[in-house]
Design a binder for this molecule. Structure first.
Ligand SMILES: Nc1ncnc2c1ncn2[C@@H]1O[C@H](COP(=O)(O)OP(=O)(O)OP(=O)(O)O)[C@@H](O)[C@H]1O
Ligand SMILES: Cc1ncc(CO)c(N)n1
Length: 265
């Protein structure tokens, strides 16, 4: 059997298994790539929120990255929770030295509003991390934090995308998941525009949707698909996973990462 494409996630652990590293690796398995991980932080987290978070030392992050890239090699990298300015800058430098596309999910806060990135790290995300991104995938809160643009309706998505592109990612997906109506995202590189529209599933199984979308994009890029095709496949995957999510705990439950497999749970 030949080796599947290899994808590396650089992100935090979600003890509840719905977001972070756990969501990333499940997505990668479901999309047929070999998932690998660099842990940046550990969170005590469940369906109700984040009860605690502990960062790893920057040397531990660099060492994990080098172990994976120098021996196994990667066809795509995805970043999630990076916690501090020091980690953002270290990871940006590592990505800059890696010959593979990078999907940057500039994680700022959890679905419950718990901070996953220090306010003092925002400038490093703007000036160091976004410039090395092949695709950046901010949600509307992250767009507001990074650019000051407040998106209240679909019509504002284009202005938000332009503001994020100013920081240098090659492509941006503005996730309209927090608007009402259809779940509409805008993918653009400043010249092409792709509007990705899916029906909104009015359920509570949306913990980790952003991590899942970004990991799915990275998985499809690792298979050598062009960015628009990769993002369209990723959008279908996350939509199906939300539609078949399940209740867990008493708060916001996870998506069903296995929904597309021959024997879904
Ligand atoms: N209720 C929903 N029904 C259908 N699609 C949704 C729904 N909520 C979000 N999405 C889609 O899921 C993807 C992730 O968007 P979202 O805005 O939820 O990310 P996020 O806030 O970064 O997620 P998280 O912080 O939980 O990882 C987008 O494609 C968005 O349109
Ligand atoms: C560890 C982690 N990363 C990312 C998110 C974003 O949803 C989360 N809730 N937890």
């Amino acid at each position: 059997m030949s080796a599947p494409p290899r994808v590396l996630t650089v992100a935090g652990s979600d003890s509840g298994g719905g977001a972070g590293i756990q969501a990333d690796l499940k997505t990668m398995l479901a999309l047929g790539v070999h998932g690998m991980s660099v842990l940046t932080a550990v969170t005590a987290q469940n369906s109700l929120g984040v009860q605690g978070a502990w960062e790893l030392p920057v040397e531990a992050v660099r060492a994990q990255y080098r172990s994976v890239v120098d021996d196994i090699g990667v066809q795509a990298v995805k970043t999630g929770m990076l916690s501090s300015a020091e980690l953002v800058e270290a990871v940006a430098d590592l990505i800059a030295g890696t010959d593979a596309p990078a999907v940057v999910d500039p994680v700022g806060v959890s679905k419950h509003g718990d901070p996953l990135l220090a306010a003092s790290a925002l400038d490093s995300v703007r000036t160091r991390l976004l410039p090395v991104a092949t695709v950046a995938t901010p949600n509307l809160d992250e767009v507001a934090q990074l650019t000051g643009v407040r998106v209240e309706a679909e019509d504002d998505l284009r202005r938000a995308a332009r503001a994020v592109l100013e920081f240098g990612p090659r492509w941006v997906v503005i996730k309209g998941g927090h608007l009402s109506g259809d779940a509409v995202d805008l993918l653009t590189d400043g010249s092409e525009e792709h509007w990705l529209r899916a029906p909104r599933h009015d359920n509570r199984h949306t913990h980790g949707t952003g991590c899942t979308l970004a990991s799915a994009i990275a998985s499809e890029l690792a298979k050598d698909h062009p960015v628009p095709e990769a993002v369209k496949t990723a959008k279908s995957y996350v939509t199906g996973a939300i539609a078949s999510g399940f209740a867990l705990g008493t708060g916001i439950g996870p998506v069903n990462h296995a929904w597309n497999l021959p024997r879904p749970r």
